[in-house]
Each structure stands twice: as C-alpha cells, then as structure tokens.
Design a protein around this ligand. Structure first.
Ligand code: AMP
Length: 282
C-alpha cells in the first residue's frame, strides 16, 4: 500500500490507473481512527473496483469552534495496518495545508437547505465543511465510486446533492451501518465513552429499533414514531436528545407520513459525546 501526501500524487496515481481500460477507481473518505465500519467500506470498494484509495484526513472545517477537532482520536499506525489488511492500494493522508492551501481564506461549497437540516442544524457549518472536503477529494482523485456509511445518512444525502449539482462523474455508494454486538453503531467517537456511560449510548439504537418495529407493525405517522422514541429516551434521563427526526431522505425535510425510503434519525449527547444513529424505513 502506498502512502500519498499530496493532491498531485493522488491525481497521478488515479490517472495512471485510469489509463487501462476497464479499471475502476474506488475512494473511501475517512477521518481515521478506523474501525470495522470503515473496514466494511474498504471491502465494498475492493469488491467493486480494481483500484482502491482510502483517504484519512481530520477535516478542520467540519468542526465547530467548540467541538472536538483537537482531541479527535488519531491513530495513524493502526489505520495504515487496517487499510493494508483490507487491501487498499493507496492511503491518502495529506497535511491540512495541502487541502487548504489558503488557510481559513478557503473556497467553500454551499448546499443551501440540506446543509441546515439535522446535523447541519445542530452543527452550523458542518455540512459545508463536509461538502467542501469531499468535493476536493473527488476532484483530486476522480474516483468512479466513493463509498460512505449509512451511519451518516444525512451526509450521504448532502453528498448526492453535491455530485448532482456539480455534475461530478462519481457514484456515491452507501454501505450498511456496522454495529457492535449490543447494537451500538460503531463510531470513532465511541472511544470517548467511559464504561460507566456506554450502556446509556444504547438508547440511540433502541430508539431506532423501536421505529423499525412500529413501521413493521403498520405505523406510518411520523409524530407517533418520534413520540415512541422520545419515551425511550425519557427512560435514560442522562442522555440529552439533540434531535429525533422523520424526514425525506433526499431533502431532509420532515414528513408527516413515513413511506419506504423515509429516514428516521436520532442524535443525542451521552455525557460529552454526541452520537447519531438512523434507519431507512422499509
Ligand atoms: P468518519 O471517519 O467518521 O468520517 O467516517 C468515514 C466513513 O465511514 C463515513 O462514510 C461514515 O459514514 C462511515 N462509517 C462510520 N461509522 C460507520 C459504521 N458504524 N458503519 C458503516 N459505516 C460507517
């Protein structure tokens, strides 16, 4: 596995791969602290593409001023080992100046509307930062497909809009949520959870499962799904709900009646850690 640090190197690698007809380039964007969720994305890329790059970049512009950018877990050695064991061809790990050569005077991608909903409402500027860094990666690496997790389903909606609006040639592929045996969605931020509060974190997956069960029994009313989830959160008062939402997955606008493809999503604070989870209702 090659480790690349510059956009020029990534572009050269991608263009060389593209010279051979039939080759397909897959990109897996990550912020590192890789776990089995990330591994599943690399495996999906490996299965679908002849050439696979994993990017590892803790993107400062998607963090708010009071958020955890400085203490976000960083584990470069272990990340290299995981990416290599999943047979990535390239690990692209640029320094911040490489992706933001003009520092805070950066050019940004705005996605009005979508960017202000769900996590974008709670974390102003978050999706602007995500859209901007992913656009940079897609322009530099020119992948045929880029792989993202359903864990961040709202992010996938934002990125699909990005690709459609900028007429980029990359297909955004979404992979299922990987969970721990107890149901907790894997996240690099789970490392922040002490053993004492970890059981509280299961409230999110319980709320998601409850919505799935209600829909399976025929419930379609968005408010009823939200109300049932509120009750579950009420049973764990130490967990602070950020949002419980039933939305159209493409626009992230609330819907009154759930239909196939509707996104049920939750975000909540467990101690100092903000976690998210969701399901796409069937
Ligand atoms: P992150 O490093 O947290 O920015 O995540 C990088 C990619 O991995 C994103 O597309 C996430 O949605 C995806 N991802 C994170 N956790 C999981 C998970 N538990 N299952 C599947 N994909 C995940």
């Amino acid at each position: 596995m090659q480790i690349l640090r510059t956009v020029a190197e990534l572009r050269r690698w991608s263009r060389a791969a593209r010279c051979v007809r039939g080759n397909a380039i897959g990109l897996v964007p990550t912020m590192g602290a890789l776990h089995a969720g990330h591994a599943s994305l690399i495996r999906a890329a490996r299965a679908a593409c002849s050439h696979v790059a994993v990017s590892l970049f803790v993107n400062p512009t998607q963090f708010g001023p009071d958020e955890d950018f400085n203490r976000y877990p960083r584990s470069f050695g272990a990340d290299c080992a995981l990416a290599e064991s999943e047979r990535a061809d390239v690990l692209f790990a640029p320094p911040v100046e490489e992706l933001y050569p003009n520092g805070s005077d950066a050019t940004f991608i705005e996605i009005p509307g979508l960017s202000d909903r769900l996590d974008g409402a709670s974390r102003p500027g978050h999706f602007r930062g995500v859209a901007t860094v992913v656009a940079k990666l897609l322009i530099a690496g020119e992948p045929d497909r880029a792989f993202f997790g359903q864990k961040d389903a709202a992010q996938v909606a934002v990125l699909r809009r990005l690709v459609a609006d900028l007429r980029l040639a990359t297909e955004i592929v979404m992979c299922p949520i990987v969970r721990d045996a107890d149901g907790l969605a894997l996240s690099s931020r789970n490392a922040y959870l002490s053993a004492g509060v970890r059981p509280q974190a299961l409230t999110l997956s319980r709320a998601v499962r409850c919505a799935e069960k209600l829909v399976a029994r025929g419930e379609r009313c968005g408010d009823a799904l939200i109300g049932a989830a509120r009750q579950i959160f009420a049973s764990e008062p130490a967990v602070r709900v950020d949002y419980i939402a039933v939305v159209d997955w493409a626009t992230l606008e609330p819907v009154e009646v759930a239909a196939p493809g509707t996104l049920f999503a939750v975000a909540a604070w467990v101690g100092e850690t903000r976690l998210i989870d969701n399901t796409i209702l069937s």
